[in-house]
Design a protein around this ligand. Sequence first.
Ligand code: G3P
Length: 303
Amino acid sequence: MKIFIDTAKLYEIKEALKWGIVDGVTTNPSLIKVAVEAIKKTGKKIDMEEYIKEICYLVGKNGSVSLEVLSLKSEKIMEEAQILFKKFNPIANNVAIKIPIDTFVNGNKIGHYEGLKAISMLSGMNIPINVTLIMTPEQALLAAKAGARYVSPFMARVDNRVREQLDINYMPEDYYDSELEKEIASFKFKKYLENNHNKSIANLYEDKNIKDIVSSNSDTGVYGGLDLVEQIVKIFDNYNFRTEVLAASVRNKTQFREVAKVGADVITIPFFLFEEILQHPRTEIGLRTFCENIVEEYRELLK
Ligand code: G3P
């Protein structure tokens, strides 16, 4: 599994690249905003072009840097994609252009097809496209058919949608265990059937309570962010799509592990998560004991 860092902060990118485990960088307008605001706070000005060129240079030719377009209409998306690609790809031949799967905003009636049109035209021009804001397996399937290099399913945002539907209290960084939720729903379903065994199948099928039990813990059949990634991996496997599944909107280390288990090609994670992944109380205690047990003879050897 390739690991990308989900940030536009140069100092985070520089630091993470030193560890030798980071294969790329993903950005979006919100991450750029955070990075720019942090720089402005220090009183410094930012030369955006030089700043992004440096990111591309640091990531190098074996990595990938995703840069997102801003417009919602296909002609403008294509123009912006080509501007970004022409300006930054020559630095290290590593740029992928991020395009939203759907650009339907504020009742923009034709927005549904604008992303797809641009994705297929640009892919046809051999510009690698990272299709962003993927919330369903079928969106991912269309993006792959359009020739995308990556699809980015937004895990935590799908988790949050299901949690909100269920009225679950959560912190943004909490892991959402959709398997546990499924078990609970199945238990409730069996109990309900036990208590209503006299009803006909047709009556039960139309029963609103049953419908609620079986549908409340999914977003039209997607049980959470991890389930979304897993379904996309399966579909791409069925049809040998070369599009890579890039798990995004990752907020905790359990998601990181689970994504690796379902076989996503890439995961992009925020900087703070690396520390969380490495940290374990028993690793810390073990190290403390090793430090306490150092004998002078051994220390001498290493001087
Ligand atoms: O790469 C997409 C990512 O930045 C979105 O993450 O945490 O804002 O849902 P988040």
